[in-house]
Design a protein around this ligand. Structure first.
Ligand SMILES: [Zn+2]
Length: 333
C-alpha cells in the first residue's frame, strides 16, 4: 500500500510582535521595526494529512519567516511606510481551521509569500499596524451674534468669517489595512479662523412704524382686515388660502402656546423681543411645539379651517404688551 504523505508546515498559533517603541520625536522607526522581534515566534508544528507533529524548523528560521511576512505585508500596504510606528502580526481563530498549509520544502521567502498571498483571501492572520500620520484639517469659523441698538428688530447683517487650518498628528491603527481607530497626539494651529459675526437689530420697530415682519404664508388673498367688523373688533388680518398651505414664523421668537382653543381653533403664539407677540390661528396642523426657538421664515404649521372659521384661512395677529395692533402696517411687502 503506497500512502502518499504530503509534509506541510503549519505555523501554529504564531504570534509575532514586531513592535518597537518610538523613543520620542516625530520620525518613524520603520528602519528598526523589522529588526526588533520580541517574544518567541512559534513556527513549530508540522502537519501530515490530519495529524500534527513537531517540526524541525528552528526558532531562528521561524523568526525569519515571520519577519519576512511583516516585510512583505508592509511592501503591499498602501500606507506610507515612513509613518509606520509598529506592526503586530497574530494568528486568529480562523487560522486553526486553515487546511492549506505550507510545505517544509519551500524556502523562507516562499513560505512567507504563501502566508501573505493566502491571507489576502482567507484572513487567518491579523496584521495590526500603528502609523504616525500628519494631516491638515480645516478650522470652521465660529458664529458670534452681536446685538445692534441702531438696527431694527428683524434686521440682520452678516459679516462672513474665514476658515483656518491646523496640523493634526495622530497615531492611526489599521487592522488588515482598514483603519480601526486613532489617537490624536498633537494639534497645531497654522492659520486661525476668523469668526462670522451676525449683527442682529434689537431696536423697537413699533413706534417708528417699521415693516419688520415677514409675510406669514404663501400667496392667498386678504379676506378681512384688522379693525371693527360687524359691530365687533377683529384683532388680526385674515389671509384666505388653501388647506395645507405653509404657515411661517413672521420673525425670530420662542413658541409660547400651541393648542386648540375655541374660536381660534389650532393656535400658535410666538413671543418676540420688545414685548411683541404674533398669533397664527385656525391651523390645520402644528409643525412646531411649545418652547421651540424659531427663526423668521421657519415653517410652524399649515393653513386650516379649525375653530370659528367659515373657510380655510390664516388669522394673523400682532400684539404689543398684549394689545392687538394692525399687522398690515408691519408686514414687509
Ligand atoms: Zn380673523
Amino acid at each position: 500500500m503506497n500512502i502518499s504523505i504530503k509534509k506541510t508546515l503549519m505555523v501554529s498559533a504564531f504570534s509575532i510582535c514586531l513592535t518597537t517603541i518610538l523613543g520620542g520625536g516625530l520620525e518613524s522607526s520603520y528602519g528598526n521595526i523589522l529588526l526588533t522581534i520580541e517574544g518567541e515566534p512559534t513556527v513549530s508544528a508540522m502537519k501530515v494529512e490530519d495529524k500534527t507533529y513537531k517540526t524541525d524548523v528552528d526558532i531562528d528560521a521561524s523568526k525569519e519567516i515571520l519577519r519576512k511576512v511583516g516585510e512583505l505585508y508592509i511592501e503591499d500596504s498602501v500606507v506610507n511606510k515612513d509613518t509606520i510606528l509598529s506592526i503586530d502580526i497574530k494568528a486568529n481563530d480562523k487560522y486553526e481551521e486553515y487546511k492549506n498549509v505550507i510545505s517544509t520544502s519551500d524556502s523562507i521567502e516562499e513560505i512567507a509569500e504563501k502566508i501573505v498571498d493566502e491571507n489576502n483571501d482567507e484572513k487567518y492572520i491579523d496584521v495590526n499596524m500603528k502609523c504616525k500620520e500628519t494631516r491638515q484639517e480645516t478650522i470652521e469659523p465660529s458664529i458670534k451674534t452681536v446685538q445692534k441698538e441702531d438696527m431694527y428688530m428683524g434686521e440682520i447683517l452678516k459679516e462672513e468669517g474665514m476658515s483656518g487650518y491646523k496640523e493634526v498628528v495622530a497615531n492611526v491603527n489599521y487592522t488588515n489595512g482598514i483603519k480601526t481607530g486613532e489617537e490624536i497626539v498633537q494639534e497645531k494651529t497654522i492659520v486661525n479662523s476668523k469668526d462670522t459675526v451676525v449683527y442682529k437689530g434689537v431696536k423697537d420697530p413699533i413706534e417708528d412704524k417699521v415693516a419688520f415682519l415677514e409675510y406669514p404664508t404663501e400667496g392667498g388673498t386678504i379676506t378681512s382686515l384688522f379693525g371693527k367688523r360687524w359691530g365687533r373688533m377683529h384683532n388680526g388680518m385674515d389671509i384666505g388660502n388653501d388647506t395645507g398651505d405653509p404657515v411661517y414664523s413672521a420673525i425670530d421668537g420662542v413658541v409660547k402656546e400651541c393648542y386648540y382653543e375655541n374660536g381660534y381653533g389650532n393656535k400658535i403664539v410666538i413671543e418676540h423681543d420688545n414685548n411683541i407677540m404674533t398669533v397664527y390661528a385656525h391651523l390645520n396642523e402644528f409643525k412646531t411645539t411649545v418652547g421651540a426657538e424659531v427663526k423668521k421664515g421657519d415653517l410652524i404649521g399649515n393653513v386650516g379651517n379649525t375653530g370659528n372659521s367659515t373657510g380655510p384661512h390664516l388669522h394673523f395677529e400682532v400684539r404689543v404688551n398684549g394689545v392687538p395692533i394692525n399687522p398690515q402696517e408691519y408686514i414687509q411687502v
